[in-house]
Design a protein around this ligand. Structure first.
Ligand SMILES: C[S@@+](CC[C@H](N)C(=O)[O-])C[C@H]1O[C@@H](n2cnc3c(N)ncnc32)[C@H](O)[C@@H]1O
Length: 282
C-alpha cells in the first residue's frame, strides 16, 4: 500500500494489477461510496466548474465521474456535460440519478473521445485513483480544444486532511499498512502543489495554478469515519479488510475515540482540505 508520497509502482504489470484492483473495487462500492463521500466531494464542484468556466453551451467532460454529481451540476449551468467512468456500476448510478446528463463507460487513460472534443475537463478526486495519472492528464489534454481548461481535485496530505490522519495513524498503531494490496501511485502525490504543477506542465498544459479548498466532512457519529472507508473506499477498504479481526477492532476503537475529539452539533466535523489544480491547454 503506497500512501507514501514518493514511491510509485514501477512496472507495467504492477500498474495492471493496481488498475484491476481499483476497477473491481469501484464496481462493488458505487452505492456506499456515494452515501459516505458525496457530501464531502460535492463541496469541490462549484470551484471546479468555476475554474473551467462551465456555462451555457460549454462542452464539458467529467472524467472519473462516479455518481455523476459534477456533470449534473454542469448541466444545471447550461453546459453540455458528459460523464465518463470505467466502472459500469458508477455509470448506471449516475444515469439513474441524473437522466438529464450523458454518461458512458470509459477509461481516463484512453478516453473514448476524439481530439479537441471538449472546452472543459474536470476530474473530481479521480487522479489519485488512476494507475497512470500522467497518462490520464495527457488524455485530458488531447480531448481539450486549444484554450480549453482542465481542473482537478485531490486530497491534501494527512497532516491537513484529518480524516485520513486518524484512520492511517490507527492502522499504523494497531494493524499493518504493508498488507497484500496492489501497489499504486502515491495516494497524496497531487496534494503537493509543486508536483501538480510539474505533472500538468509535463502533460503539455500552460498556466498551471493550485489552490487549497477548505472542505469539511460532517459525519453523523464517531463510528461513521471508519465505516466510510470500510464500506465506500477502495485502497483503504482493501487495507482495512486485510487486518486481523483483533487489529480491526483496535483500529475501530482508536478511530472512534480520535473522531470524538472533533464532536460537533451531535456528530463529528473534520477538516478535509483538498488541492484544486487548474491549467489551460495552450
Ligand atoms: C473517488 S471516486 C470520485 C467520483 C466522483 N468524481 C466524485 O467526486 O464523487 C473515483 C472514481 O474514479 C473512477 N476511476 C478510477 N480509475 C479510473 C479510470 N482509469 N478511468 C475512469 N474512471 C476511473 C472510479 O470508478 C470512481 O468512480
Amino acid at each position: 500500500m503506497r500512501y507514501h508520497p514518493h514511491v510509485m509502482a514501477d512496472s507495467p504489470s504492477a500498474d495492471a494489477a493496481f488498475k484491476t484492483f481499483e476497477h473491481e473495487g469501484w464496481e462493488k462500492v458505487a452505492l456506499p461510496y456515494r452515501e459516505a463521500f458525496s457530501s464531502l466531494t460535492c463541496q469541490a464542484i462549484p470551484p471546479l466548474l468555476g475554474a473551467v468556466g462551465a456555462a451555457a453551451g460549454v462542452r464539458l467532460l467529467d472524467v472519473a465521474c462516479g455518481p455523476g454529481d459534477a456533470a449534473a451540476a454542469a448541466t444545471k449551468r447550461g453546459a453540455q456535460a458528459t460523464g465518463v467512468d470505467f466502472a459500469n456500476a458508477m455509470v448506471e448510478q449516475a444515469s439513474r440519478l441524473y437522466p438529464g446528463s450523458a454518461f458512458r463507460v470509459g477509461d481516463a487513460e484512453a478516453l473514448p473521445f476524439p481530439e479537441a472534443a471538449f472546452d472543459a475537463v474536470v476530474i473530481n478526486f479521480g487522479v489519485l485513483h488512476f494507475a497512470d495519472p500522467d497518462g490520464a492528464l495527457a488524455e485530458a489534454h488531447r480531448v481539450l480544444r486549444p484554450g480549453g481548461r482542465l481542473a482537478f481535485t485531490a486530497w491534501a496530505p494527512p497532516e491537513k486532511a484529518v480524516g485520513f490522519a486518524i484512520v492511517l495513524e490507527a492502522i499504523e498503531r494497531h494493524g499493518r499498512l504493508d498488507v497484500p494490496v496492489p501497489e499504486g501511485p502515491p495516494f497524496f502525490r497531487f496534494g503537493d502543489p509543486d508536483e501538480s504543477r510539474r505533472a500538468l506542465s509535463l502533460a503539455g498544459f500552460a498556466d498551471a495554478r493550485v489552490r487549497e479548498l477548505p472542505l469539511r466532512w460532517r459525519l453523523p457519529t464517531s463510528d461513521s469515519l471508519l465505516d466510510a472507508f470500510l464500506e465506500g473506499g477502495v485502497r483503504t477498504r482493501g487495507i482495512l479488510r486485510a487486518q486481523t479481526p483483533a487489529a480491526l477492532a483496535a483500529v475501530r476503537e482508536s478511530v472512534r475515540s480520535a473522531a470524538q475529539r472533533h464532536a460537533h452539533s451531535g456528530g463529528v466535523e473534520l477538516a478535509m482540505p483538498a488541492l484544486m489544480s487548474t491549467a489551460e491547454r495552450g
